[in-house]
Design a protein around this ligand. Structure first.
Ligand SMILES: [Fe+2]
Length: 170
């Protein structure tokens, strides 16, 4: 069965590889290559954040030792990443402003996934049994299967307080 913590790591690796591909596209100097490298990456950044917010963090809040802090950090980081992706979408691909927005997405994503691996994922492994990890892995895959197109993804920023009020146990 799929362990959710592995599925999150797989996405993180894909994102790193896609940013590396964007470097290669930039080196080519071809706008079409840059666009082709960026769009799937932008889509995955939004999809990854939403999947974690729907499938992973609500359960971490139930079992984790430091889950409220970890969740608060994650939602704030996801919002910063989404803001940068949205900003890039409003600018001309390859322009200085566009690269500025893409650079912010990259910096925020790098910081976020490192922190998430060190804290939230570790906390979850220490507190969730194998059955829970597999059950969430299954839900992760089902959630993904239902979101094949970028328009299926909810890329709106989340209010941290509202999120915690909805998902944190009393
Ligand atoms: Fe995340």
């Amino acid at each position: 069965m799929p362990d959710i913590t592995r599925l999150v790591l797989l996405d993180h690796e894909t994102l790193r590889r896609q940013f590396a591909d964007l470097d290669d596209a930039q080196a080519s100097g071809e706008r079409s290559a840059i666009e082709a490298a960026w769009q799937p990456l932008a889509d995955l950044l939004d999809l990854h954040a939403e999947t974690e917010e729907v499938v992973f963090y609500p359960r971490l809040l139930e079992v984790g030792d430091h889950a409220e802090d970890e969740t608060e950090d994650a939602i704030e980081d996801h919002n910063k990443i989404r803001d940068a992706v949205r900003d890039a979408a409003q600018r001309e691909v390859g322009s200085d402003d566009w690269w500025g927005a893409v650079g912010r997405a990259r910096t925020e994503n790098s910081k976020h996934i490192a922190e998430e691996e060190r804290e939230a994922l570790s906390d979850f492994r220490l507190n969730a049994d194998v059955a829970m990890r597999d059950e969430l892995g299954r839900r992760w895959l089902e959630f993904r299967a239902a979101r094949q197109r970028p328009s299926d993804v909810d890329a709106k920023d989340k209010d941290v307080d509202e999120y915690l009020a909805e998902h944190a146990p009393d």
